[in-house]
Ligand binder design. Structure first.
Ligand SMILES: Cc1cc2nc3c(=O)[nH]c(=O)nc-3n(C[C@H](O)[C@H](O)[C@H](O)COP(=O)(O)OP(=O)(O)OC[C@H]3O[C@@H](n4cnc5c(N)ncnc54)[C@H](O)[C@@H]3O)c2cc1C
Length: 423
């Protein structure tokens, strides 16, 4: 591997010896058949070793086309290397939209769905909930198609598949008519207001993000992303649970320029230019950072936030910014949002893994009473057993992987530890 050695953040160096970039599904089948140990690589935005392989990596960056748009059934079928940015532009041009997006449009659809990547919104499932069918090249080189309608059980296990079933070469996603949104920001929401009015606050827009640097018991910014039906610029209410309207565009990290952020101040725009926090044409987030995120059943939201507040003195010195979002329940076995609604407690850390690694056990201990589960694509220190007991369909998922990959071709250190590990 000479050209792609590191992940996006630069904190992880892949150990694979070869990176393949096929241009046809036939080539994917050939590479899979020949290899002993292989993993698909998306756009490399995960922070841990989930995408790595001891031998071969395969990137579908050349398989990046939209295949069909089914206007009647409201679905789009794409190749496995498509990223959200170009897909969103295409869909909007054709009059369609996705239900939600992550904070950035730079990631691949297959990679995002494989880890249960989410945006925000009490009524919005994670991004993988848009998948209605997927095509996978499995260990022996066969092309297998699984759809929600025809393979109910296996499909629910395959979508958030952690790359373990094989190489996802096609995805069919449900789409809806395109829509406009506006983004309104407020500053300085007191933690006490948030804990007293958590449901009202998170219900006050289609997608709500709450940002704090944990320096004080205050949420520095509240981002409300609203769907609109008219194109009038809306004036923010003067008082949002004691928070005041922002008077200019803001970056979640207060000290940074808002240049790379999607437009705010209530100005209407198309869905894919408001749902993510960051614009496609700029570096997302701060660029030099580590990320951790824990998903917690929504019923524990307030208690979990208060538990984090108790140790904010230890968190704040290592932190760039923290974000809270909400996600609707789904039925995907390995989704961190399986079976009930969740909140996501996210931490963007300074690039100091040694210090962060020492802090995470304390944070995880604070959150353990609330069945916190780590984001599959971010950094955590929880022991495998603690993660495994949180997934009631884990043994079904293990059986699914054994069925499609009996020799463990797609198993890597991450899967061996967190899915199959017994320590
Ligand atoms: C700046 C930044 C912002 C982020 N914001 C969010 C956010 O808002 N919400 C959130 O939930 N997460 C967020 N993340 C995390 C990110 O969404 C996940 O790590 C996601 O999995 C990255 O997708 P990727 O395409 O980079 O996949 P990779 O990191 O390359 O791979 C992730 C997994 O997907 C598998 N995979 C990739 N492609 C295929 C394929 N074709 N077939 C089979 N398996 C495949 C890999 O094997 C691996 O297991 C963010 C990350 C960064 C760096």
């Amino acid at each position: 591997m000479t050209d792609v050695q590191k992940n996006w953040a630069g904190n992880y160096t892949y150990s694979a010896v070869r990176l393949h970039r096929p241009t046809t599904i036939g080539q994917v089948q050939e590479i899979v058949s020949r290899s002993n140990k292989l993993r698909a690589l998306g756009s490399r935005h995960s922070f841990n070793d989930i995408a790595d392989s001891q031998e071969d990596l395969i990137s579908l960056e050349h398989l990046n086309q939209v295949i069909t748009l089914d206007r009647e059934n409201h679905t789009v079928t794409i190749e496995g290397g498509v990223k959200y940015g170009p897909l969103c532009e295409y869909l909007h041009r054709e009059g369609f939209a996705l239900h939600n997006l992550a904070s950035l449009p730079h990631i691949s659809v297959a990679g995002a769905c494989a880890t249960g990547t989410h945006g925000s919104g009490n009524g919005n499932g994670n991004l993988a909930t848009a998948v209605v069918a997927l095509e996978v090249v499995t260990a022996n080189g066969d092309v297998v198609t699984l759809s929600r309608d025809q393979h109910a059980d296996q499909f629910q296990g395959a979508v958030v598949g952690l790359g373990g079933l094989g190489v996802v070469t096609k995805l069919t996603l449900k789409v809806e008519p395109t829509f406009e949104m506006r983004q309104t920001l407020y500053e300085n929401l007191a933690l006490s207001e948030l804990t007293q009015h958590f449901d009202e606050i998170t219900d006050s827009a289609y997608s709500v993000s709450l940002f704090t640097d944990w320096q004080n018991a205050i949420f520095n910014q509240v981002w409300l992303k609203q769907r609109i039906t008219n194109s009038v610029t809306e004036t923010a209410t003067a008082n949002f649970f004691g928070a005041t309207p922002a008077t200019r565009d803001l970056h979640p990290i207060g000290a940074l320029s808002a240049e790379n952020c999607t437009e705010q101040m209530g100005i209407p725009g198309v869905w894919y230019r408001r749902l993510p926090h960051f614009k496609m044409e700029f570096t997302p987030s701060s660029g030099e950072e580590l990320q951790t995120e824990y998903l917690i059943p929504r019923q524990h939201a307030v208690a979990a936030i208060e538990a984090v507040n108790q140790i904010r003195g230890q968190i704040a010195p290592l932190l760039k910014i923290s974000e809270i979002r909400t996600i609707a329940a789904d039925s995907l076995w390995l989704s961190p949002c399986y079976g009930q609604p969740y909140i996501a407690l996210h931490f963007t850390w300074k690039m100091d893994w040694e210090a962060v690694r020492q802090l995470l056990p304390l944070l995880e201990e604070q959150l353990a009473p609330f069945q916190a589960r780590p984001h599959w694509g971010k950094l955590f220190t929880m022991p495998p057993k603690q993660v495994q007991v949180l997934y009631e369909r884990l043994s079904n998922f293990q059986d699914l992987l054994r069925h499609y990959d009996p020799q463990g071709k797609f198993r890597n250190a991450f899967l061996d530890t967190y899915i199959f590990g017994t320590d």
